[in-house]
Design a protein around this ligand. Sequence first.
Ligand code: WTA
Length: 663
Amino acid sequence: MSETDVELEARLAEQDAFDPPESFIQQANVTDPEIYQQFEDNWPRCFEQAADLLSWTDDYDQVLDDSNPPFYEWFVGGELNASANCLDRHLEGRGDEPAIEWIGEPTDEDNRTYTYSELHREVNEFAAGLRALGVEEDDVVTLYLPMIPELPIAMLACARIGAPHSVVFAGFSADALGTRLEAADSEYLVTCDGYYRRGDPLDHFSKASDGLANVSHSVDTVIVERLAKEDQIPHNWTEQTHSYATLLEKHRGATVEPIGRDAEDMLFLMYTSGTTGQPKGVKHTTGGYLSWAAWTSHAVLDVKPEDTYFCAADIGWITGHSYIVYGPLALGTTTMMYEGTPDYPDRNRLWELIETYEATQLYTAPTAIRSFMKWGTEYIESHDLSSLRLLGTVGEPINPRAWKWYYKHIGEESCPVVDTWWQTETGGMMLTTLPAIGEMKPGTAGPPLPGVSADVVDVRGSPVAAGEAGYLVANKPWPGMLRTLYQNDDRFINEYWREYSNTDSDDSADWVYFPEDGAKIDGDGYITVLGRVDDVLNVSGHRLGTMEIESAIVGVEGVAEAAVVGGDHEIKGEAVYAYVITEDGYKENEDLRERIVAGVEDAIGPIARPEAVVFTPELPKTRSGKIMRRLLENIANNDELGDTSTLRNPDVVSEIQQKAQSN
Ligand code: WTA
């Protein structure tokens, strides 16, 4: 590092608040700080601003009906179609502009650009195909597809004919698919023969078939032939299997009138894991969800039609639904979609894409940012990333060190970083700074968005003092909220409302949404989300966020990634166990261990001092990339290990066990 770099690092390390860059403010979509007050004074009518971003075929008569909490209704009486909002209305003016820039694996020969006209055409054809198979309004269509253009095409085709989709992440197992098909009573499945991972063809159809084998009802299946040229993926066509290509061929040039959907009609279902084995079917609606996805894309991600916007998530998760497909397309922008991983064929991949497509935003997850940090800056330095205007993160808390690294090395200190907190259930962003308005504080998501009412409370529901940890709650409804858990209103109330609401009351003010996250709030109303409350430890009667401790550890020089769990402790109740991956070039030695302990003591206090620091080459992760903490707890406690079959890297477990024992 040159001397100026060293100075810069030192300055950044000390700085704990950053102003939005002037150049960004000059051109931003939302710039008036009064927006917070205006939304508060004008609640809930303030959300008309969100609804106004859409085209309605029938105007709504009421913004919010809160007479039957927690079953809120938004934009009551309004009628619209999500597919028409994402496609038809952009044809005039943006018909020849790219809607989707798809970058396939394994070679750039696979790349495809869909202009709005082309996307519109294929969506119409596929919608006609689905209809011909018998799909009717309100039938749930399951989409088990990887990151190929046919996934958003199928989503929009479903939306066009009023059939809710239920996307199952392609990395999920056959069993997971089966459970979701069954739970949603879904009689239609769109899947593919296979896809590429790190250059190799992967058989997806066998997985889909195995999943189907466990479903008690019959399922018509459409197969996208992604790997047709490989000629090695089984195609046992039956009366119930249909080729996507043939279906399109049959309906060449078809137009399907978008069905007028009531604002409260279901747009999609998204299954997410709960505390029980049975996944929760989160129900999102056409009017409220789409308004929220569009408005937050506009206000937070600063999306403009002329942008080339890049969200590096997977459409199999909610982030991809809201911020690759619905939000960006509703705004008529160009959305990038990348099939592969950031390190294939090499670690330049993402930066190459940003440079080639001149991406204007990058929205990704802290876990990815930590990997980039671990790889080092050499891959970034050889690419021109100056097209980037804004950076975003989502999915887990980001520690200040990773935030600053992102800000400095990817954003070159000229892009605001929005740390966005939200959930599958919230439909879209809830806590974050507005990029041209709010001061950014690394590690802290920020205040609630205008019109969102959130607080941090204790077990009884009273607000905690600034700096103290408590539970995050939302005191008022918002348009993007889930409406219920599919066919399970009781579970909906129990999971999200019972904790802090007076459930006997029909006064909306008595109802409080509980996202099951721990948080703290500072004097400026900025909220730091500490992690799921089931990940909160209680050490000697003190509540400690595992995420908070992890953040402290990851802040130590030489640490790439860390996971903290609670192990049983005779005196303290629980003790802190830390599993740590070192950065390339650092040794797993006593010196580093001591610096980690000191780092935790410095950041939180001696109470959080780890009982053990176990160095490990990898952490056990689920296929969705979440660390499997239960396993680490079992290792800490020398317990029998639970099920490891859902891990992406099951082999790592015995290695960690050995390391823990020799510790
Ligand atoms: C966590 C992903 C801290 C949180 C959109 C939440 C975050 C869960 C952040 C939802 C953030 C998400 N800071 N924690 N910026 N964003 N989370 O449903 O615990 O996959 O409850 O939705 O991720 O995960 P989900």
